[in-house]
Design a protein around this ligand. Structure first.
Ligand code: ZN
Length: 258
């Protein structure tokens, strides 16, 4: 009888330890590294391009399970454009990514606060800033003029990127693409420049920042080096091809010097 009691006590302790580690795991968010999170997005984008989308669990059970909480593996800060829905582009289901969408992919305090919430309270290890081809907000900024209502506030945020692009690119036909790229990288830079919380998470290597530009026609997200968003405007502005390895994923990290 004593033996049984001891055994039950031991089982109880083991159960408590498991319950505790389960709790600890939950507080660490998705439980994957920033590079693994980027690879997941890249792989999902590949499935989307190829039309080989994974089966999504959209059942009652899944919804019920998610009422307990969320651990999104990535934050995606993207444009509101109806042609650029991150869940489709990265082929993810319910509860997988935390999406902040705003016309022109800009980062004001409200967007920054949303990102801060996801990395600090939900434990997301990756932030992807996503610009896209033919972005209307960037187009309007390039065109100039006085927009109606509050739209001017968005264009004002994009204006420095257009200015940078004009210095780099003299060909008028290439100006919009260059401005979109500069705006995407500028927003990636703003994350650490304007938020001490994001900066801290990046410096302590809990979080990485990546940036990409979505091609409307091909469906591909071309990752760009967020570290190139320096202020002197001398670096190569071309997006480069991404391959699916963790080592490569690391090179898109947003590091010091931005
Ligand atoms: Zn847009």
């Amino acid at each position: 009888m004593v033996r049984i009691k001891r055994l039950l006590a031991a089982i109880g302790i083991v159960a408590i330890v498991f319950a505790y580690s389960g709790l600890a795991f939950a507080s660490e968010g998705a439980g994957i590294s920033p590079d693994e999170a980027l690879t997941k997005l890249v792989d999902g984008n590949k499935r989307f391009i190829e039309g080989k989308q994974a089966q999504k669990d959209l059942s009652d059970n899944k919804r019920t399970e998610l009422t307990k909480g969320q651990q999104p593996f990535a934050v995606v800060l993207s444009c509101s454009d109806s042609r650029v829905p991150p869940e489709h582009i990265f082929d993810v289901g319910l509860g997988e990514i935390f999406v902040v969408r705003v016309a022109g992919t800009v980062a004001d305090p409200i967007e920054l606060g949303s990102v801060e919430y996801a990395i600090e309270h939900l434990g997301s290890p990756l932030i992807l800033v996503l610009g896209h081809q033919s972005c209307g907000a960037v187009k309007a900024t390039v065109a100039g003029g006085k927009p109606e209502g509050n739209i001017g506030a968005i264009l004002k945020k994009i204006a420095p990127a257009v200015k940078k692009a004009k210095i780099k690119v003299k060909d008028k036909d290439k100006l919009l693409d260059a401005a979109i790229l500069e705006n995407t990288k500028g927003t990636a830079s703003a994350l650490t420049e304007k938020s001490s919380i994001i900066k801290h998470h990046v410096e302590t290597k809990k979080v990485k920042i990546a940036a990409g530009v979505y091609n409307l026609a091909t469906g591909k997200v071309e990752l760009v080096d967020a570290t190139l968003a320096s202020k002197d405007g001398s670096e190569n502005a071309a997006p480069h091809e991404h391959t699916h390895t963790h080592a490569d994923a690391g090179q898109y990290n947003h590091q010091e010097g931005i």
